[in-house]
Write a protein that binds this ligand. Sequence first.
Ligand SMILES: Nc1nc2c(ncn2[C@@H]2O[C@H](COP(=O)(O)OP(=O)(O)O)[C@@H](O)[C@H]2O)c(=O)[nH]1
Ligand SMILES: [Mg+2]
Length: 236
Amino acid sequence: MHQTVDTALGINLLHANQHIAEDNRDRFNQWGVTCFNLMSSPGAGKTQLLEQTLAALNAERKMAVIEGDMTTQLDADRLRRTGIPVIAINTGRACHLDAKMVAGGMIQLEQEHQPDDLDLIFVENVGNLVCPAEFEVGEHAKVALLSLTEGEDKPLKYPIMFREADCLLITKTDLAPYLDVSIDTIIENVRQINTKATIIPLSAKTGEGVADWLQWLRAAAKPSQPTTAPPSLSVV
Ligand SMILES: Nc1nc2c(ncn2[C@@H]2O[C@H](COP(=O)(O)OP(=O)(O)O)[C@@H](O)[C@H]2O)c(=O)[nH]1
Ligand SMILES: [Mg+2]
């Protein structure tokens, strides 16, 4: 017998989260920032891809990261080495970032940095294929990563994550020769539940596909803010 569980408590929790997420999105919009929420199982390659992304876009966009981890500053420290501002949030026992936690990170950004000057904010969510997909944080786009080692069936087994994604990155394609996994089958499975998401196979190790990801990001982001004030109108 198939059974799904939806409790009233869970639904209220999600509604409350949604309100805060909408406030966060309003504030991102006031700052002129586009926010991307990166989600995946632990180890799919979020931090490694972010390291490369921050390095590749550093000359053209002003960026910051809100880094979610249950414990430790390990990923935050890795990303700080790029010179980009990183706000670290430890979620403790929670298996995802929620909108309230991200709102706290945004206050810290305002206190310590100049978010008005930023173009892009990346949220690295807690490694988990279930909960992060249910809790919006105010992002403009959801990016899901699925590594080849996780297997072809995961989009069908964890449909919420893959249904919600605006962009799906199939990561670690360099490992394909060593695995009995078909990228085409993963794509077919994703397409059963999400016909619209952009799907990009890539390898952060070899760089294959990374240019496609950067191109998607540029297209999904708001136009870059001018670095100098626009010329004042001359009165004739
Ligand atoms: N072979 C291979 N390994 C990768 C790739 N991307 C990440 N990794 C490795 O996968 C592990 C987890 O990566 P990490 O970025 O920490 O994943 P996260 O938990 O999603 O942030 C690390 O050992 C990385 O070196 C890739 O494209 N190819
Ligand atoms: Mg990480």
